[in-house]
Design a protein around this ligand. Structure first.
Ligand SMILES: [Zn+2]
Length: 332
């Protein structure tokens, strides 16, 4: 059976029947929080990145809760990012647990070759038409190859969709909360109004609404920041006592934080409009202006952030764009 809170470890009882386990990651975001939910089916929410350190932290964290990895009956993946999904396969093989996730996680988790080729070509084309120079394209390529180190092919056994009960965890309901990732789900327990929000809402950093390719044969890429804001508004409309995040501290007063995040999007959008006052620019040029210190090191993240805000400005008619020689230029 589970233990109560244990000091000086990477795991703690954070709400009735819910343990939070902190797992180190090699990424800039820092450690990731995964959750262990007690019940007839011991459930792990997310697994951590694929690294020896992360595996050790997961193993000792679970032991400190009074369990072994082999006791896990099912794993719910909140979204496909590698800091959450990298250890899925190792946990599955060590426990025979079934893995559940949103359908849009499947091609990423299964490392579907056709999809990954399509994904690669989509970003190559997007960066090119956004004015990213060849040097930048090479950096992105290297970054993508490096990410392969932290992933391992696994499988999704059960698909989860909005407002569905989590199988074998009758108190918990799935909320589809896309934006940070197209595959992102959160888990809600109505009895005490707790949301496991993963990377949807994080207290100390604004969650990046990462650009993703179109899914399910759609023609256009999803407008991820616009979608993210809508998912935030959906959560603001619901009563939540606190949110257990994928990174950092518990979020209380979620409506206040959401209002702040929504406002910050417009501050950033207005910065972009200022940069366009002296003439048209590409999304890449705007990225270098918006993030002069970090754009070289974090091109995919900073580019995503910039393009998301340009999408937001575009749909309300506050910027226009034209294409010349295959390059897209934004203007006021
Ligand atoms: Zn994430």
């Amino acid at each position: 059976m589970g233990k109560t809170q244990n000091q000086n470890t990477n795991s703690k009882l954070i709400a009735p029947g819910i343990y939070q386990i902190s797992i180190p990651t090699p990424f800039a975001v820092g450690p990731v929080n995964v959750y262990l939910i007690e019940g007839d089916y011991l459930t792990l929410v997310d697994a951590g990145p694929k690294s020896p350190e992360a595996w050790e932290a997961l193993e000792t964290g679970i032991q400190n809760c009074g369990y072994e990895i082999s006791d896990i009956k099912q794993i719910v993946l909140t979204h496909h990012h590698l800091d959450h999904s990298g250890l899925l396969e190792r946990v599955r093989q060590s426990s025979n647990a079934i893995i559940m996730a949103h359908p849009l996680s499947v091609p990423y988790v299964e490392l579907d070759k056709n999809f990954l080729d399509f994904h690669h070509d989509f970003f190559h084309q997007l960066y090119k038409e956004s004015g990213v120079p060849d040097e930048g394209l090479r950096i992105v390529e290297k970054h993508h190859n490096k990410m392969g180190v932290f992933s391992e092919q696994s499988q999704i056994d059960l698909l989860l969709k909005h407002e569905q009960k989590v199988p074998n965890l009758p108190e918990w309901e799935v909320w589809y909360t896309p934006g940070h990732s197209q595959s992102h789900i959160s888990l809600y327990r109505a009895s005490d109004r707790i949301l496991i929000g993963a990377d949807h809402i994080i207290k100390h950093i604004s969650s990046n609404a990462l650009i993703e390719p179109p899914m399910n044969n759609a023609t256009n890429r999803p407008l991820t920041l616009v979608q993210y804001r809508t998912s935030l508004e959906m959560c603001a409309s619901r009563d939540i006592d606190f949110i257990l995040p994928g990174h950092g501290e518990v979020v209380y007063n979620h409506r206040e934080l959401i209002t702040y995040r929504l406002k910050r999007n417009w501050d950033r959008s207005n910065d972009l409009r200022q940069f366009l006052r002296d003439g048209k620019k590409t999304a890449y040029e705007l990225t270098t202006l918006l993030f002069p210190e970090v754009y070289r090191k974090e091109l995919p993240l900073t580019f995503s952030e910039t393009l998301g805000h340009l999408d937001l400005l575009s749909i309300v008619g506050q910027v226009e764009h034209t294409t010349k020689d295959g390059i897209i230029y934004y203007s006021l």
